[in-house]
Design a binder for this molecule. Structure first.
Ligand SMILES: C[S@@+](CC[C@H](N)C(=O)[O-])C[C@H]1O[C@@H](n2cnc3c(N)ncnc32)[C@H](O)[C@@H]1O
Length: 356
């Protein structure tokens, strides 16, 4: 029993427990539901020695009835207003971010207090007014709890320190951070062109055998947190660079893979990004578009890439979820090849044929 409690505490500290499911005791074992899949949990064993004594198994858990939304009942608002309350919110570390409709503005504090009471891991609740400007910093008002905006967020076994008042971060991209890290092949050189506090860079460093990761951001505070996060996660192959990616890109070697997570502006940086790619390479190009514009967007990407001297050998789009009712956040995984190189290889083949 004591051992079970030890592991429950450890999983809680690492924020790895799925809180919508009920922990179960059965035949002398404690079954703890995790918010990561079995493959990821197994891969964490290499960095967390306490996990060596844990068996990762598939198990059917029961749901906590209405747990996720029980803050609604705690507001004590009349039923017609409860219907208007948001059904989802984001959590970054101990801070809850909730988008409150205009009609409920006057109940913000009540909503904030209800969220704190419903979730003991939360310390602060803010009304989220969205990210703005080139630095993509969030506008918000603190509506309940501590007036603290710095927090420690954990995802897929990595730690990220950040202050929501001066850097960008979205917990909604955690799966995407992990997805990309698993695509990176041994010895790759990676450029994280708009790195922020480093979720892609740190995840890649932790879960791949990349040789070097160059991480650029124009926001001084983001780079300060990136440096803290490099230390927190004890990773060594990330090179943080503070400044404009257009300029700093000239200071790094050619790379195998580029992550372009600046969905509002990435198109302006495509040409300079491609100039840093080896003869073959991958770009993860992020863009906000309507689903109906998908084909048009792919056509645009193909023609631009061709103008810049490369051809696309494969293109995959990943829908990362809705940004607003009509707009979705997409990542286009682009596998690229230098056209000049492919023409010269063709030429060599032809020469060989003539030789025969
Ligand atoms: C959408 S955020 C993504 C941050 C990070 N990749 C993540 O997933 O959390 C975009 C980042 O690009 C940075 N940025 C904007 N313009 C830039 C530029 N010209 N050069 C480098 N970074 C820039 C912003 O400061 C911001 O941190």
């Amino acid at each position: 029993m004591k051992r079970g409690e030890f592991f429950r505490k450890k999983f809680t500290e690492e924020q790895l427990i799925n809180k919508n499911l009920i922990i179960q005791r059965m035949n002398g074992f404690l079954y703890i539901p995790l918010c990561i899949n079995a493959e990821i949990a197994e891969s964490l064993k290499s960095s967390k020695s306490w996990l060596h004594d844990v068996d990762i198994v598939n198990h059917d858990f029961n749901l906590y009835p209405e747990r996720f939304n029980n803050y609604k009942q705690l507001t004590n608002l009349p039923p017609e207003l409860i219907k208007e309350l948001p059904t989802s919110y984001d959590v970054i570390g101990s801070i809850c971010l909730i988008k409150i409709p205009e009609t409920l503005n006057q109940y913000s504090k009540i909503i904030g207090r209800a969220l704190l009471n419903a979730n003991t891991n939360l310390r602060t609740v803010v009304r989220d007014n969205g990210v703005k400007g080139d630095l993509r910093i969030r506008e918000f008002d603190i509506i309940a709890g501590e007036k603290k905006t710095e927090t420690l967020h954990k995802e897929y076994g990595i730690k990220l320190m950040l202050d929501i008042s001066n850097v960008y971060f979205s917990p909604r991209l955690s799966k995407e951070h992990y997805r990309i890290s698993k695509l990176v092949k041994p010895k790759e050189i990676v450029l994280d062109m708009f790195a922020g506090i480093g979720p892609f860079s740190i995840m890649i460093s932790k879960y791949s055998k990349a040789r070097e990761i160059y991480s650029i951001d124009i926001n001084k505070k983001a780079i300060e947190y990136l440096i803290k996060n490099i230390d927190l996660n004890k990773v060594v192959n990330i090179f943080p660079l503070e400044g404009d990616a257009q300029i700093l890109i000239n200071k790094i070697p050619k790379v195998d893979r580029i992550i372009m997570n600046l969905p509002t502006e990435a198109h302006k940086f495509l040409k300079i990004a491609i100039s840093k790619l080896k003869d073959t390479g991958i770009i993860h190009y992020h863009k906000m578009i309507k689903i109906s514009e998908l084909d048009e967007q792919k056509k645009w990407i193909k023609s631009k890439i061709s103008d810049f001297g490369f051809e696309i050998t494969d293109i995959q789009e990943i829908n990362l979820g809705s940004f607003s009712p009509k707009i979705n956040h997409f990542c286009f995984d682009l596998e690229l090849k230098n056209k000049v190189q492919s023409i010269s290889q063709q030429f060599i083949k032809n020469v060989k044929l003539i030789d025969k």
